[in-house]
Design a protein around this ligand. Structure first.
Ligand SMILES: N[C@@H](CCC(=O)N[C@@H](CS)C(=O)NCC(=O)O)C(=O)O
Length: 198
């Protein structure tokens, strides 16, 4: 298997971390959907990161679907086995994914020329991002013994926000999340897949 995409993408990074947590071996290529369009387009003409070239050559996209395939290949899951705990983690994962989507949305909105920005939309997605992170912070168990999909998703959103849009997401407003993220980012699993800061 071959994972394609830059590790500054929270979606690519969540696949890399989850795949490794599942014990899988896979190649990874840091190819940008913006800066390396020729190379990316040759793999996936839809330019979506992450993309995964599966063992039989099938090209998958969307982190949730790639993670589903990873679980199939690994023959196990990162979700808690207990149904109530699993439900809680699915809820957490939703919060994390919305936070990723809104953080990436803020970054894309910010890239527009000034005249093409729509202030009410920016206000809306900033508020959605802050709310998702606030709820994630309140509901995540940062002292968990192993990373679950929900925990990983929220931590990816936080890492991306702190790297790319820190002026929109003040670490001081989320002290528990900042501390929990520092703990997980220091683990060998997360350090194996650092945010691509180039
Ligand atoms: N829901 C998708 C979102 C992936 C996504 O939007 N990735 C960004 C990079 S962070 C991308 O591919 N952007 C280029 C584009 O959408 O054209 C997932 O979970 O994989």
């Amino acid at each position: 298997m071959h994972l394609i995409g830059m590790l500054d993408s929270p979606y690519v990074r969540r696949c890399a971390i989850s795949g490794t947590a599942l014990g899988l071996t896979f190649q990874h290529s840091s190819i940008s959907v913006f800066r390396h369009m020729d190379r990316f387009g040759a793999i996936n003409p839809l330019y979506k990161a992450p993309s995964l070239i599966a063992a039989d050559g099938t090209v998958l996209m969307d982190s949730a679907l790639i993670l589903r395939h990873f679980e199939d290949v690994a023959g196990r899951s990162l979700y808690p086995a207990d149904p109530a705990a699993r439900l809680k983690d699915l809820r957490l994962e939703g919060l994390g994914i919305v936070a990723c989507d809104k953080a990436v949305g803020v970054e894309y909105e910010r890239k527009r020329p000034e005249a093409q920005r729509h202030a009410p939309w920016m206000e809306r997605i900033r508020e959605q991002l802050a709310t998702a992170l606030r709820l994630f912070e309140a509901q995540a168990d940062f002292a968990a013994s192993r990373p679950t999909p929900g925990l990983i998703a929220g931590l990816m959103a936080w890492g991306f926000s702190q790297f790319v849009i820190p002026e929109y997401v003040k670490a001081s407003s989320f002290p528990k999340l900042a501390e929990g993220a520092a703990h997980w980012e220091a683990t060998p699993l997360f350090r194996q897949w650092p945010i691509d800061r180039e």
